[in-house]
Write a new protein. Structure first.
Length: 678
């Protein structure tokens, strides 16, 4: 018997010539099998209609299947050869009774598969010729994803962590047999299963129990996690249903004595995150330093905790501190977090807290598509994997300690969740395992090192320290003067400001352009701005914005347009521009010509910096004040500099005249007056 995938036939291997062949090839499409089972049960199963109930019954049968594979004397029980479905169901329930004796705490006294006999026989027929112990996929994890749509968990800040991301983070943390391991937000238990699998592959399977624990506040998820891990380690798993953020004394009362401070060697987790999730009342929040408001001393650049508790601290921030407290001194943590935590200025106190209490081991920024499981489900939230080690008492980070950074741009699937042949994770792991922070080795965005002491501005994002950009600038240093944009501003050579929002009610009230980010392209302001405003709205803001010829307008917020720049000409005025745009005015043309600046801001090495310095804030990306960190390559050759200025000036004036001529022609053809002339 062979199973067919969507694109190819899978191979099979005959284990016994007298039996049907068991398909054990790693290419078996177990997800397609679970989709078939889910669709069948949704349409045909009697007595169960909800996906959670159906999944519970499937897990019972999966336990029977794997138990029969591990115990030869029970293999005959897992068979659909009987023409009578009732007989198949009877066999499965006999087998399940044996399973329940081995795993009494997993099913909590349940002794029966409660699906109707026809549905039971269908599941057995789909699974009997697949060796679940040999397939490369994670059966319970895959079944959970197929049955429980990610959109159902999304409102609670919970999304399925893709297997390749889990495997990468587990590998970066390198779990050991002696480790006491925890996931305090374990969900379906995928991190715990991956850690157990990693240990068993390295040390071999034996009778010594692994110290692996999980907690989740959702009853159903804690059941799935317990079942999932129990199947992997072939013994009872310690997975509890509880809130991981309670006061530690509460866990002693509730007989969860193993869940205490300074108790774990390794924590692997993807905690819930989202602005709508409430952590708890002030009494609960008061046990966390990061639940308080923090203040920055601008002179010393030191953060200090205030006495005021935040109204709604981010749950991922609180979970991060809880993980730190749960770790033993010297313990490691691998955690998935939103990227905005380590680039948004409002979270700088979190980075500061982390740098003072831990040694950062690795930072891997994940592609935006990672948590998109299909075109409709999942999230575009940009995430990252962070690995750190808790400092021991009186320990300080060695000044030479280097942090491994990597910026993954491909994750094996696209924004619709469809597989693609590009995945940066294996290369990143390979680079990490080389462990050569110094020397002449060439590094790129898939693996490089930065001293922890050189982490600046509270930014813990790989692309911010991109070595490829540094290499490009170093190559230019012989022929160009490298000047920080912020130095031009601080010395008064350049002035920078941002625009305003006129409000949607002002849109379409007149013909004076209100320049938005999409109106800037190819160094030009489009002739027909998408929105026009009246003279009344213009006069309200015109003095404040004070736009003049040869001002530069650069997109600062958005998605794909950040860094796009135009130069204002006489033909573009009058106009107003929105708040997502910088206005850059050169105040001393002897120091920096505006036409030269336009060319420099548009060159590849500056555009790469702009892309590296744009971070997600709320729902859009922003360059923010990091524009001041841009390094501008100014040509040392005066002849080259003059040529660039003249070439840009000629091109801009020619384009401006052409745009103006086309605009006037559209007015003239119907005798319309030029209402922009004020």
């Amino acid at each position: 018997m062979q199973l067919e995938t969507n694109t190819r036939k899978t191979k099979s291997k005959i284990l016994n010539s007298t039996q049907m062949p068991l398909i054990i090839d790693s290419e078996v499409d177990i997800r397609s099998i679970f989709k078939d089972i889910r669709n069948y049960l949704a349409g045909m199963a009697t007595g169960h209609t909800r996906d959670e109930a159906l999944l519970t019954e499937l897990i019972k049968i999966l336990f029977c299947k794997i138990f029969s594979e591990r115990n030869a004397k029970f293999k005959s029980y897992f068979s659909s050869k009987n023409e009578n479905a009732a007989q198949t169901a009877k066999q499965i329930n006999e087998l399940f009774a044996v399973v329940c004796k081995k795993f009494p705490d997993v099913f909590l006294g349940v002794q029966k598969v409660s699906l109707d006999s026809t549905s039971t026989q269908y599941i057995v027929s789909k699974l009997e010729n697949v060796d679940l112990l040999k397939v490369s996929r994670d059966p319970i994890g895959d079944a959970f994803e197929i049955f429980i749509n990610s959109s159902l968990r999304g409102a609670e800040g919970q999304f399925f962590t893709p297997k390749n991301a889990i495997d990468l983070l587990v590998s970066l943390c390198s779990p050991k047999k002696s480790d006491k391991i925890l996931d305090p937000a374990c969900g379906s238990g995928s991190f715990l299963v991956a850690a157990a699998k990693s240990i068993m592959e390295k040390s071999g399977v034996n009778q010594e129990p692994l110290s692996i624990y999980g907690v989740d506040k959702d009853t159903f998820l804690s059941f799935i996690g317990r079942a999932h891990l129990s199947l992997m380690i072939d013994s009872e798993a310690q997975v509890a249903c509880n809130n991981s953020l309670l006061n530690f004394d509460r866990y002693k009362v509730e007989k969860l004595n193993w869940f205490q401070e300074n108790s774990f060697d390794l924590i692997l987790t993807n905690p819930p995150y989202g602005s709508d999730i409430v952590v708890g009342d002030d009494q609960l929040k008061s046990q966390f330093d990061l639940a308080f408001k923090w203040s920055l001393n601008k002179e010393t650049q030191e953060w200090s905790r205030t006495s005021s508790i935040q109204k709604n601290p981010a749950p991922q921030v609180i979970f991060l501190e809880r993980c730190l407290k749960l770790l033993k001194p010297g313990g490691r943590c691998g955690v998935v977090l939103p990227e905005s935590m380590f680039c948004n200025p409002s979270y700088s106190f979190v980075t500061n807290y982390l740098l003072k209490n831990t040694k950062i081991i690795a930072v891997v920024n994940f592609p935006e598509n990672l948590f998109k499981t299909s075109g409709k489900t999942g999230t575009h939230t940009k995430t990252m994997g962070l690995v750190f080690e808790k400092l021991r008492k009186n320990e300080e980070v060695d000044g030479e300690h280097s942090v491994f950074f990597a910026d993954a741009r491909w994750c094996g699937h696209d924004s619709r969740g469809l597989p693609i042949p590009y995945d940066d994770f294996p290369v990143i792991l390979e680079n990490f395992n080389r462990r050569q922070p110094r020397g002449k080795q060439k590094f790129d965005h898939l693996g490089f090192y930065v001293k922890q002491s050189n982490i600046k501005n509270g930014v813990l994002i790989a692309k911010y320290y991109d070595p490829e950009i540094e290499e490009s600038l170093a190559d230019l240093s012989k022929t160009h003067e490298l000047v920080r944009f912020g130095d031009f501003v601080s010395k008064g050579f350049v002035k920078i400001s941002t625009g305003d929002e006129v409000g949607k009610l002002a849109y379409g009230t007149g013909n004076i352009p209100f320049v938005r980010t999409s109106d800037i392209s190819n160094w030009e302001i489009k002739t027909d701005a998408k929105q026009g405003i009246s003279e009344e709205h213009y006069s309200r803001l015109s003095k404040k914005q004070d736009v003049k010829p040869y001002d530069l307008l650069m997109v600062r917020d958005g998605t794909y347009l950040i860094g796009t720049t135009a130069i204002v000409t006489d033909h573009d005025l009058p106009l107003l521009y929105q708040s997502h745009i910088y206005k850059i005015r050169v105040l001393d043309e002897k120091k920096l010509n505006p036409f030269l600046l336009l060319a420099i801001l548009s060159c590849s090495v500056v555009q790469k910096q702009i892309q590296a310095y744009r971070f997600t804030q709320d729902i859009i990306d922003t360059l923010g004040n990091r524009i001041n960190d841009l390094i501008l390559p100014i040509p040392k050759d005066e002849k080259l500099k003059s040529k660039v200025i003249n070439d840009v000036k000629t091109a801009i004036h020619a384009r401006a005249k052409a745009r103006e001529a086309s605009r006037l022609a559209r007015l003239e053809v119907i005798g319309e007056e030029d209402s922009r002339s004020i």
